[in-house]
Design a protein around this ligand. Structure first.
Ligand SMILES: NC(=O)c1ccc[n+]([C@@H]2O[C@H](COP(=O)([O-])OP(=O)(O)OC[C@H]3O[C@@H](n4cnc5c(N)ncnc54)[C@H](OP(=O)(O)O)[C@@H]3O)[C@@H](O)[C@H]2O)c1
Length: 242
């Protein structure tokens, strides 16, 4: 059913992005592996190909506009449209430094990747996504981006008072809401995903969840039917409060 469909995943050389590529490849998608590092991107593509997945490397640093432009050009030349964009690339900088002392350099650097880079990639690829009859955008957010969870001292996320990371994911959520409003009368569906606390490089492999569990909600939002939601925030159990 998904044969001939294309998905670009940013930061797909490892972690949740790689596993998402594997799961979408397994159900027939051609997966475009966005990677800022050529070697690890090539290794990921080779590993996926060994597992029977149709995968291509797209060199893409979300903070570098010229690599974004080349990626768009490459996809346009080869496929002419794009069915799914998964904005997965993300960083967490500055550790647990209290907000009152948080280094502005780390704050800005986090936003360059998690928010400005994500917006730049999305804007550049929208013309190709609009050519798909069922365009889907999945923005990797986090429960840590939820204002509701952050303001509840009893919530398990309350211990992670990370100014840069948490606020950048809240900003991603606002992109989801505003963009979904702009495209409400089109086939495009745009949602935020919370993959849950997952063992990856991002957190020194401290998360309790597996990448297999984490990728499931991303895959679900990437393959929504025409009557599916847009402008929402979801984890494995359903809607996440903003
Ligand atoms: N793990 C969790 O518990 C968790 C929870 C909620 C949300 N998330 C979100 O899930 C997404 C994936 O994270 P992960 O846990 O799988 O972490 P990860 O294993 O560290 O993977 C992050 C990916 O993003 C890439 N990346 C970072 N900066 C980039 C840039 N400027 N341009 C292109 N790629 C860039 C990394 O590339 P390099 O290999 O080159 O560094 C890597 O491929 C992130 O958005 C994260 O915030 C994770």
């Amino acid at each position: 059913m998904n044969i001939g469909k294309t998905v670009l995943i940013t930061g797909a050389n490892k972690g949740i992005g790689y596993e998402t590529a594997k799961q979408l490849g397994d159900i027939g998608f051609t997966v475009l592996i966005g990677s800022r590092n050529e070697q690890s991107g090539r290794e990921a593509v080779a590993k996926l190909a060994n597992e029977g997945v149709e995968a291509r490397l797209i060199l893409l640093d979300v903070t570098n506009q010229s690599t974004i432009d080349s990626a768009v050009h490459q996809i346009k030349q080869e496929f002419s449209s794009l069915d799914v964009l998964i904005n997965n690339a993300g960083v967490s900088l500055g550790g647990a430094t209290p907000p009152s002392q948080f280094p502005l350099t780390d704050l800005k650097e986090t936003y360059e990747t998690n928010f400005f880079g994500l917006v730049a990639v999305t804007q550049a690829l929208l013309p190709l996504l609009k050519k798909s009859p069922r365009g889907r955008i999945v923005n990797l957010s986090s429960g840590l981006g939820s204002l509701t969870y952050n303001s509840d001292p009893e919530h398990e996320h309350a211990q992670f008072n990370l100014l840069a990371y948490n606020s950048s994911k809240a900003a991603v959520n606002m992109l989801t809401v505003t963009l979904a409003k702009e495209f409400k009368d089109s086939p495009l569906k745009i949602n935020s995903a919370d993959p849950g606390f997952t063992a990856t490089d991002l957190n020194g492999f401290t998360g309790p969840g597996s990448v297999q569990q984490a990728a499931a909600i991303v895959v679900r939002l990437a393959t929504l039917h025409d009557d599916g939601p847009t402008g929402g925030f979801f984890d494995a159990s359903g809607e996440v409060p903003w």
